[in-house]
Design a protein around this ligand. Sequence first.
Ligand code: 2AM
Ligand code: CA
Length: 262
Amino acid sequence: MKESVPDYLKVKHTAESWTREAGEYIKDQMASSSFAISTKANQHDLVTDVDKNVEAFFFDKIREKYPEHRLMGEEGSFEKIKDLNGIVWILDPIDGTINFVHQSSHFAISIGIYEDGHPVVGIVYDVMNGDMYSSLKGEGATFNGEKISPIINNPLNESIISFNSGWMLQDRRLERLVKEVRGVRSYGVAALEIAYVAVGKLDAYISFNLAPWDIAGGYAILNEVGGKATNYEGKPLNLLTKDTLIAASPSVHSAIFEKITK
Ligand code: 2AM
Ligand code: CA
C-alpha cells in the first residue's frame, strides 16, 4: 500500500521486518549452497547471487510501499544516486560478503535511511545470530529491542579497537595504537563493527576504504548513542563517495587522532 507522509517509526518497523525476511532468505540460500560467487574489483571483493537478490527484494518492496523514497544499494542501484535529497535508503544487502562465503557467520544486512543527508533510521542485522541493532533519530538506539546506553568514554589503554590488519601496511602509525590499546580485533564486517562500537563491545573501528553502504546504518546507530565518526582526516563523513573511517567513542576518537596525526 502506498504511503506518502513519512512516519519514521513505522518506516523503521517496516524496514526491520523486511530485513528479517531477507535474513531468512539468506539462511535458506546458505543451507542449499546453490548460489554463484564471483569477484568484482579484486580477490577481496566478492559478490554472490544472494547479495543481488536481497538488493532486488528491497528495491521492489520500497518501490511498492514508498515510491517517493530512493534506494542506494551496493549491487547496482547506487549508480542512479547522485545526491541525498529527499529520503534515501542506503543499503548493503550483505556486508561482510567474504565472511558470508567463507565462514557462514559475521555478516550483516545494513540499512541507513537518510533525509536530506541526515540519518533518520539505522538498521544493522547480524543474520546468523538474529541480532537486530537499530535506531530512530532522537529516540535512541536498541539492541534486540533493549535500549542501548550512552557510549562509554574509556581511556585508550583500556580500549578494544578493530581494523583490518592490511591497513597497517598503509600507515605504520597504526602500530602506535596497537601497542597502546588493550586489544585489537578484526571481524571483516564494517557495519557490525560500527554497531559493536555503539554497544560498547569495541571502543573504535578504523577503515581506509569504505563505501556509503558499509557505513550508513552503523553511523545512524552510533550517532544516537553519542559516538563520533569522521574520516581519517577528521572531516565529516560524505555518504556519496568511498572514504576512510574512524568510528569511536568521543574520547577514543580524539586519542586515536593524537596518535595518527603526530
Ligand atoms: P563488503 O563485505 O560489503 O564488501 C571488510 O574489511 C569490510 O570492508 C566489509 O564491511 C566490506 O564490505 C568492506 N570492504 C571491503 N572491500 C571494500 C572496498 N573495496 N570498498 C569498500 N568497502 C570494502
Ligand atoms: Ca556488500
